[in-house]
Design a protein around this ligand. Sequence first.
Ligand code: GAP
Length: 436
Amino acid sequence: MAKEADDKLSKIVSLAKRRGFVFQSSEIYGGLSGMWDYGPLGAELVHNIKDLWWKHFVYEEENMYPLQTTTIMPEAVWKASGHLEGFADPMVSCEKCKRRFRKDQVGEMCPECGGAFGEEKLFNLLFPLSMGSTEGGGDKAYLRGEVAQGMFVNFKNVLDTMRPTLPFGIAQIGKAYRNEIAPRDFLFRVREFDLMEFEYFVKEEEWKEYFTKWKDRMWEWIDRVGIARESVHELEVGENDRAHYSKRTVDFEFDYPFGRKELYGLAYRTDYDLQKHMAASGVDLHYTDPVSGEKFVPHVIEPTFGLGRTLLAVLLSAYEEDELGGEKRLVLKLKPALAPVKAAIFPLLRNKPELWSKAREVFVQIKKEIPQVVWDDNGNIGKRYRRQDEIGTPSCVTIDFQTLEEDTVTVRNRDTGEQERVKVGDLVAHLKKSLS
Ligand code: GAP
């Protein structure tokens, strides 16, 4: 079983590299540990996940305000938020080979050389930076360890410009950086990653109601993005394991091939962050109820989603090896909304000019309406189907001799392999329907 699981991860890693989903960062220079680049298909998949998340959590809600804040923030922010003190993992270093490990990931001896460990220390995960060119070093700043702080420090700006009424949320998708001691397991633990998260501001007495609401919406998201529900499990995080700002946390854990580990988190951050920023900045961060005139600091529910972990869980859930028409194949059963390529267009034969130019005409016509289509006239049709199956393309369209006579094409379904004849004039509508 463990071997099977390992195999599945290595199959995903190799597919991701072979088909242009994920590459190691700066690979031609030997790569950078804990950093990954998204290739042409991966970048499109990332884009589709972000779009779907935005639709689910921003557009389909009434009171969500988007934000895009800088990834570098001054030391004062991280001091006030408690990250300078509390955002750290226990670390041990080997006295012999000097390698560093997360304490919770090793036994009593160094797994590399068998050496003894020195004293356990707390290692802060924030990346420090020096900004500006002042002599003796510039102003101290940090790459953000979470995007949430961008929302808290702009709370007053959003109140003043948008006049929202409680409950409301501030949502953001963007990069976060953590100097992880031991990046590992492909996209699971990395040093630079995209976070999709929102802070939902409520009256203190309503926090439980909204905690439940967002937990339910998170499950709906899991279905919508195509992560197998049975591989996701809620974990009530104990007091000692919660982040310094949280009074209740539920983790959504996923059964990765390397174990059951965190996919998403849902935290009740209370009014911790706003209170801390109000005290440190001296700026009033109270909200005034427009009806009662009561002034108070709202409490916060925060659902948070790592994008790389989503992509990994999506690939693991979609990956299948099955048999179609007596032939073994590898298929990514991605939700159509996520598929990087929505349809592939094939002329049956490359060397028949009439067929080829009709196929180009169909391709150009579809591309105007559905831009994520590809052209492939290379090799036999079976091979072309296989190539599209393994990147999750929902439909393949073949232009053949019948097309020239009847103006119809074959549309082949990725999951069932079934083919149907569709009029060229109806093709865009037909493809769009299968994408919804
Ligand atoms: N604002 C709350 C927050 O940042 P977190 O649990 O520290 O909470 C949020 O991180 C999410 O980011 C996690 O649920 C996970 O999906 C993802 N994540 C955290 N550390 C990560 C890492 N080193 N590599 C990839 N994803 C990570």
